[in-house]
Design a protein around this ligand. Structure first.
Ligand code: PLP
Length: 420
């Protein structure tokens, strides 16, 4: 008998409940509003709502906006929010104060940092990205290349080809730290060093790692990074993204969307653009303040937790899920599409299954919220702040019922929605 099989045999719901009782992060679940009976395994796509968010939203709308109106740009600190919240997020990703700003979307921030990289390496012509990455990253890079009139090209590689592809023509390598579909973790230190040894820059997308695991941007000497706050950071739907620029590039790397919030003196209303010489040069214009204020409620929960503990629990939850699915759904056609070694895997588990779409529909109808990624991947995210071990047990229990009973074959589960 393999050690894994032994382990599975010894696990039942009572064992999972015991693990929850021993879990030092378990009390944090109380800081989130989660619907009764729902097993929410999609925090990698949209994080759950911090309980403080509704009171904060009410205060921002009624007092800061409704009563204080325009005075709130100063009195409520709206104007400084991008920088203040950037500083608050910085320790979660291994950045220093003044290196992170909250603004715009991940797609927009990627445009800015890729363009800055092109400007920093005028004699080079290739941007390297991962072809199977979340498509917006590649689309944005293609837009940056097109804006150079074709001088710059985008080269798409898969993970084992990246190191090989870097050469003296490489402007930057722009990789997503944790792959959105498989959960594979790239070696940030190694790829960054490989890029920089060739004179290239290293740009990291932290959409699937910020808030889910320790990230050490400065320890790895990263040049730029971007990421969203609505996934593991629980900032709310469409909440502003973040942008990291290492101190050494600030004031050096011009980004082309030269709006007034990035101007050295925004309220001097000068006719000509002069960039800020700090992280604010990456701002464009007025930010979605209502949404940005709510990001703080998620950050506050993270800052009260230990990131190493979050990572340990994340690995334990995903290990448990894999074991239980492979054991209890054996013979039902699921193939693990994530790394088996927890150290190489983010906080998610994906399985390939030819009927993945109707199976995910049936799961959602049964209160297990994961998602589907074409063509055949069912994906489950495990946010250690609010997912427990008994939740994993219950989710697999409902999956077993759907597979054993053939529930996913019902006609209502075959219909396609716009957002999967
Ligand atoms: C979630 C995600 C995005 C999201 O981009 P938006 O601009 O917020 O739509 C981008 N890239 C990756 C890798 C993601 O996982």
């Amino acid at each position: 008998m393999t050690p894994d099989a032994e382990m599975t045999e010894s696990i039942d719901r009572a064992a999972c409940e015991a693990m929850d009782r021993a879990d030092p992060l378990a009390p944090l679940r109380d800081r989130f509003d989660l619907p009764e009976g729902m097993l929410y395994l999609d925090g990698n796509s949209l994080g759950a709502m911090p309980k403080d968010a509704s009171a904060r939203a009410h205060d921002v709308v009624t007092r800061e906006w409704g009563a204080d109106l325009i005075k709130s740009w100063n009195s409520a600190g709206w104007f400084d929010l991008p920088v203040r919240l950037g500083d608050k997020l910085a320790p979660l990703i291994g950045a220093a104060p003044g290196e992170v700003v909250l603004c715009d979307s991940t797609s927009q921030n990627l445009f800015k940092v890729l363009s800055a990289a092109v400007a920093l390496r005028p004699d080079r012509s290739v941007l390297i990205l991962e072809g199977s990455n979340f498509p917006t990253n590649n689309y944005i890079a293609q837009g940056v290349a097109a804006a150079t009139g074709g001088r710059v090209k985008v080269r798409l590689c898969e993970k084992d080809e990246i190191a090989e592809a870097i050469d003296e023509q490489t402007i930057a390598v722009a990789i997503t730290h944790v792959h959105y579909k498989t959960g594979h973790i790239h070696d940030m230190a190694a790829i960054t060093a490989r890029a920089q040894n060739s004179g290239a820059l290293a740009i990291w997308d932290l959409c699937h790692s910020a808030g889910a695991m320790p990230v050490d941007l400065n320890g790895c000497n990263a040049d730029f990074a971007v990421g969203c706050t609505y996934k593991y950071l629980n900032g709310g739907p469409g909440s502003p993204a973040f942008l990291f620029a290492a101190k050494r590039h600030q004031g050096q790397a011009l980004q082309p969307v030269t709006g007034w919030w990035g101007h050295a003196a925004p309220f001097a209303f000068e006719p000509g653009y002069r960039p800020q010489h700090d992280i604010r040069q990456f701002l464009i214009g007025t930010q979605p303040i209502l949404s940005m204020t709510l990001v703080e409620t998620g950050l506050d929960i993270h800052l009260s937790a230990d990131m190493e503990m979050i990572r340990d629990k994340s690995m334990a939850l995903t290990d448990l899920f894999i074991r239980l699915v492979e054991d209890r759904c054996a013979g039902h056609g699921f193939t693990l599409a994530s790394p088996r070694d927890a150290r190489a895997r983010g906080s998610q588990v994906s399985f390939a299954h030819p009927d993945g779409y109707p199976i995910m529909r049936a799961l959602i109808a049964a209160g297990v919220i994961g998602d589907f990624r074409a063509p055949d991947t069912v994906r489950f995210g495990f946010t250690p702040l609010y997912v427990g071990y008994a939740d994993v047990w219950d989710a697999v229990d409902r999956l077993v019922a759907i597979m054993d009973g053939g529930v996913w074959k019902l006609p209502e589960h075959q219909v396609r929605d716009a957002v999967t």
